[in-house]
Design a protein around this ligand. Structure first.
Ligand SMILES: CCCCCCCCCC/C=C\CCCCCCC/C=C/C(=O)SCCNC(=O)CCNC(=O)[C@H](O)C(C)(C)COP(=O)(O)OP(=O)(O)OC[C@H]1O[C@@H](n2cnc3c(N)ncnc32)[C@H](O)[C@@H]1OP(=O)(O)O
Ligand SMILES: Cc1cc2nc3c(=O)[nH]c(=O)nc-3n(C[C@H](O)[C@H](O)[C@H](O)COP(=O)(O)OP(=O)(O)OC[C@H]3O[C@@H](n4cnc5c(N)ncnc54)[C@H](O)[C@@H]3O)c2cc1C
Length: 629
């Protein structure tokens, strides 16, 4: 199939998904039971998978259909096949050797094998080296013995594991030749392909309700000395030979590759959720009028309150800035992965550091922004039918899964302090950390100059990183490494976030400078960028004074500048959110439809409450009268 560009993919998906015979008719799921919701979401997830297969979509196209924009329509309560598609399949493609790929991929693509990625355990998620599921090789039987030593080592959380998957890539501690070899991936059948019953030695089930995404179908899994053939260890990187001898991988963290990919995918995807929330809040802020009537006799549109502009407009700018920078990270990931497959792992450490901090920065910014947008819709934003609570539940999950954000930022910080101290291999050309080994950019700060803002963001990142690197270095002289590290944790996290912010604004500056299609678009991108930058300064004024070279007077000027920019952006708010090109059915919000017919929709959705079916519900007689209140 010919590869399509992003907007063509969107048009294509618009018609394919919204008109698909098994997908076009949606049902409200709010009043369904847990089991009914699962059945509804699973059947739609399966239809999507078939569509992906029939269309022969490439990875970029799959990334669009699996994105929250589309999957929020197909599987509104969470996709039970998400981890199959986003983690299990990529793990097989990248970590299985050629023989294994040809052995399994046919069955994966014809739907006989449905998988999950089983890493996290009840007692260990963050500290992967601490996982306790063991895979002990026995050369006599040429099998691994997979075992869960006790309940705290039960796998807990894998998506689709609950009742959907019949296979799992299980991350376990490998023992061979009597030696521990670290965490390795194993392809394990957990349920019978025909009957779907758990196989002998396997205990498996679903973990129960969560804040959101309740049909992701997260599960638990325990092994009681389950025998797995030698050929089921994924062997593209490390190998166990028949006699039990062990061949190391080319990079010690090669088996963590799926996590890097998924972090990049989550960063890209969480911006989709923000775009939907921003569109809802923008449309509602135009429709909603409240307050003392003005000269025209009408109550003001709430968007004309300065405070409302601050709640809504910077997040629209963030949609543009974060979309561009995460799309570039996605492209960079594709490039580095192909180098790694060719045996060159030089770019992997920096990709890991960048993926960690962007996943953390984007999920943190987006979940805070979605909550602000929800609040901007007042009481109606609290209703499920506004869609805003579910968007928040989705974005905030991203702050925890695939590496809890603090922990990921510390991974980035580890890379940055090593770079600042010169104890890491020097960065490659085009690296995102070369600024650390150069003199600070002393472009003077000037309100209204995006270049001056970018330079200031760079000085904050540089100042934060070099300061914490020096503090760490000093503490290392007087205390053990773990204590020195712990003394600096808060500053390390702040340094990594500052680095992430600099990465984002540099990437967007480049996108703006390369944009050549029209002067009007260029000007609009400049305006969005200016809003993003002024807002970034206003959120971290202390940092910009301490490290960025701004004076208190610059800070005051920036506050006024931001409010002026918001007023300038306000007339463009609706075209800018319309440009996300989200049809009403994908937005699925009483508050965010294109025609602005909010109040009729709110009444219409209330009519679905089962408590409105009878004038006096049976529960009144059963509960209140019986208790003789
Ligand atoms: C067919 C194609 C389909 C494509 C579909 C695309 C669809 C995209 C659109 C949809 C997008 C999203 C949909 C959302 C659905 C997603 C559902 C997500 C479900 C969630 C799943 C999970 O959560 S899985 C579990 C994830 N768990 C974690 O992330 C655990 C976090 N912890 C860790 O990663 C590690 O423990 C940690 C890195 C923190 C520490 O590791 P450790 O082994 O202890 O290492 P250290 O000693 O700290 O460091 C040693 C050196 O190793 C370096 N390093 C660590 N990790 C990596 C790595 N991954 N790569 C490279 N290098 C690494 C580290 O930097 C150290 O280096 P140094 O030089 O020694 O300093
Ligand atoms: C919706 C959802 C879906 C998931 N899907 C999957 C899946 O498909 N497969 C899978 O294997 N897993 C999955 N997970 C699990 C997920 O990857 C883990 O929950 C995540 O990695 C965080 O680990 P944890 O739960 O152990 O948190 P913890 O590490 O226990 O975090 C608790 C607190 O401790 C802090 N902390 C921990 N270590 C450190 C440290 N070294 N330094 C500083 N602070 C620290 C954290 O910052 C946090 O504040 C899923 C989780 C969720 C919520």
């Amino acid at each position: 199939m010919v590869s399509r560009n992003r907007s063509q993919v969107k048009d294509h998906l618009g018609s394919k998904v919204l008109n698909h015979p098994e997908l076009r008719n949606t049902k409200a799921t709010e009043y369904m039971s847990h089991e009914e919701k699962y059945r509804y979401n699973l059947s739609r997830a399966t239809a999507m998978l078939k569509l992906i297969d029939e269309e022969g979509m490439d990875v970029n196209e799959i990334s669009k259909v699996m994105s929250h924009t589309v999957s929020g329509f197909t599987t509104p309560d969470g996709n039970p096949l998400a981890v199959h598609q986003v983690m299990f399949v990529p793990t097989l493609m990248n970590q299985a050797d050629d023989d294994q790929v040809s052995r399994w991929l046919g069955d994966v693509f014809n739907g006989t094998i449905v998988g999950t990625y089983a890493q996290t355990e009840l007692s260990h998620g963050t500290f992967v080296r601490g996982l306790r599921t063991t895979a002990t090789y026995d050369p006599a039987s040429r099998t691994f013995d997979l075992h869960t030593p006790d309940v705290s080592a039960a796998k807990w959380w894998p998506g689709g594991l609950g009742t959907t998957a019949n296979h799992a890539v299980v991350m376990a501690q490998l023992y061979t030749d009597g030696q521990p070899r670290g965490i390795h991936p194993f392809m394990v059948a957990i349920r019978d392909r025909e009957t779907h019953r758990p196989l002998p030695g396997i205990t498996v089930g679903e973990i129960g309700p969560k804040l959101g995404q309740n049909t992701l179908n997260n599960g638990y899994l325990l092994f009681d000395h389950v025998k797995v053939p030698r050929e089921n260890m994924l062997m593209r990187n490390a190998r166990v030979n028949e006699d039990g001898s062990y061949t190391k991988p080319s990079h010690q963290k090669a088996s963590y590759g799926t996590m890097v990919f998924t972090r990049v995918a989550i960063a890209l995807d969480t911006v989709d959720a923000l775009q939907i929330a921003a569109t809802i809040a923008a449309r509602y802020s135009i429709v909603r009028r409240q307050g003392e009537p003005r000269d025209d006799g009408q109550e003001p549109q709430i968007i004309d309150y300065q405070t409302q502009q601050l709640k809504v407009l910077p997040h629209i700018a963030a949609c543009y800035v974060l979309r561009a920078s995460t799309a570039r990270l996605w492209e960079h990931h594709t490039h580095v992965t192909s180098e790694v497959r060719g045996g060159d792992t030089a770019l992997l450490p920096e990709l890991h550091a960048t993926a960690c901090c962007l996943k953390a920065l984007v999920t943190q910014d987006c979940s805070e922004a979605i909550e602000a947008l929800r609040l901007s819709c007042g009481g109606h934003g609290y209703m499920t039918a506004s869609r805003l609570p579910a968007l928040y539940a989705y974005a905030t999950a991203g702050a925890t899964y695939e590496g809890e954000n603090t922990v990921l930022l510390l991974q980035t910080a580890r890379y940055l302090v090593k770079q600042a101290g010169g104890s890491h291999a020097p960065p490659a050309a085009g690296s995102a950390v070369t600024y650390l080994s150069r003199p600070a950019d002393d472009t003077p700060f000037a309100v209204g100059s995006p270049a001056a803002y970018v330079a200031a963001v760079g000085r904050v990142a540089r100042g934060r990183v070099t300061e914490v690197a020096a503090a760490l270095q000093a503490d290392r002289q007087t205390m053990p490494e773990a204590d020195a590290w712990n003394q600096s944790l808060v500053q390390l996290v702040a340094a990594a976030l500052a680095h992430g912010r600099y990465f984002v604004v540099r990437e967007f500056a480049e996108v703006v400078s390369q944009q050549s299609s029209s002067r009007a678009i260029q000007q609009m991108l400049q305006l969005l960028f200016s809003v993003y930058l002024a807002h970034a300064v206003s959120r971290a004024e202390g940092d910009f004074i301490t490290y960025g070279g701004l004076t208190p007077s610059d800070i005051r000027l920036n506050r006024r500048h931001l409010l002026r920019l918001l007023a300038e952006l306000r007339p463009h708010m609706i075209p800018l959110t319309d440009a996300f090109d989200l049809p009403d059915r994908l937005i699925n919000s009483t508050l965010g439809a294109w025609d602005g017919d909010v109040y009729r929709r709110m009444f219409e959705q209330a009519s679905h409450s089962p408590l409105n079916t009878d004038e006096v519900p049976a529960s009144f007689h059963q509960a209140m009268l019986r208790s003789k209140l």
